[in-house]
Design a protein around this ligand. Structure first.
Ligand code: FE2
Length: 377
């Protein structure tokens, strides 16, 4: 057993040494959303967010259990799947959680090693090393549980040349791209008092290091609060949130009330042109949170000179934050499904590696307005 360094303050965080990087995670291979209607979910990501549908599995390809679509935008790969019948685990998952992220797949060189090391370090196995084959080669996976019913799937596709995985066939639909280029970070919501446990899990089991820590002084409004710590491995960043005491119900509690277990709260998708991306997404009918106009009156004093026009930023409802390294632009969608659970953040970085701490208060006040409208504050 190594000593647990995560109870140390963030200043103790250090670069990961060779020894710590025992998993050698390369990237987020894909994010798999389990939904009630994969065909309509595909349409939403395709026509709403500008993702290109690239692969399909279902009855026509011999899959009698579930329908599944793979969509891509830049380096982002999303999979949406839905069950054909009530005995499928996708149906059971959907009954409890509604639509949500079931799997965050991580690319590795060796799925057997990843599974062995993580389970030895305390991870609960979902499945051991597995090889699936077709005429395009071998697709290798293994998987472990993380918070709630969410899985981390380890993927090795170096010997696979097909559209996505065996059982999927390529599809090609004309798409208007939105410029969404990569997953910047993915956030998990866990129960009160569990944040440190999951930060420890990511450190000890998966070799992540703690990057940042926000407490309820950073992230609170008159009514509600949350705490957040960010863990990182290479370019993969996973903030973990837990509710904190407030006068009213925290947005994290609202999530947990509707998802029924911990789970993925949001996907932050990076673009190099947030204005172009937002114009298209808004025209496509994707809804984003609005902060009060007063936010923009204070903006020039708070963030100084930025390349973008404040007028355009205000028109599109984009938020801006600055730190020592630069600034970032961000915007948050309304929930993607009926339940107030999963949403998307669009982010463009100009140097800043932060998460928009300066926007938390304005943003959470906007969120609370929506929570109150849902009768959940
Ligand atoms: Fe975020």
């Amino acid at each position: 057993m190594t000593t647990n360094t995560l109870t140390a303050p963030p200043s103790a965080a250090r670069s990961m040494s060779e020894e710590d990087d025992f998993l050698k995670l390369k990237s987020i291979d894909h994010v798999h959303i389990w939904t009630g209607n994969a065909k309509q979910a595909m349409y939403f990501w395709w026509k709403g967010f500008g993702f290109k549908p690239v692969a399909y599995a279902g009855l026509e390809t011999g899959n009698r259990q579930f329908a599944s679509y793979v969509l891509e935008s830049g380096k982002i790969r999303l999979v949406v799947s839905a069950a054909y019948g009530p005995s499928s685990e996708i149906a059971a998952h959907h009954l409890l959680h509604g639509d949500g992220v079931k799997m965050i797949a991580l690319a590795v060189d060796d799925v057997a090693q990843a599974h062995r090391v993580t389970t030895e370090r305390g991870a609960k196995s979902a499945w051991g090393p597995r090889e699936e084959r077709d005429e395009y080669g071998v697709y290798r996976t293994s998987a472990i549980y993380t918070y709630g019913e969410t899985l981390h799937v380890f993927v090795d596709r170096k010997d696979y040349a097909g559209a996505f995985a065996p059982g999927y066939r390529p599809i090609d639909l004309p798409t208007q791209p939105s410029g969404l280029a990569a997953i910047d970070h993915m956030v998990g919501n866990v129960q009160l008092g569990k944040m440190n446990e999951w930060v420890n899990y990511y450190h000890h089991v998966l070799g992540f290091r703690q990057l940042l820590h926000f407490d309820d002084k950073d992230i609170s409004t008159e009514y509600s609060a949350l705490m957040s710590k960010v863990v990182e491995s290479g370019r993969i960043k996973f903030p973990i949130n837990e509710p904190a005491d407030g006068l009213r119900k925290s947005q994290i509690e609202e999530y947990l009330d509707y998802y029924y277990t911990p789970g993925v709260q949001h996907l932050a998708l990076a673009t190099k042109d947030i204005i172009g991306t937002l114009k298209l997404l808004r025209a496509n009918g994707i809804e984003f949170l609005r902060v009060p106009d007063s936010y923009y009156e204070m903006l020039p004093a708070r963030v100084g000179q930025i390349k973008e026009s404040i007028e355009t930023i205000k028109e599109l409802g984009i938020l801006v934050d600055r730190d020592d390294e630069g600034y970032l632009l961000q915007v948050f969608s309304r929930p993607l499904q009926d339940r107030p659970t999963l949403f998307v953040e669009i982010i463009q970085r100009h140097g800043s590696r932060g998460f928009g701490k300066g926007n938390f208060k304005a943003l959470f006040e906007a969120l609370e307005l929506e929570q109150a409208q849902r009768g959940n504050l």
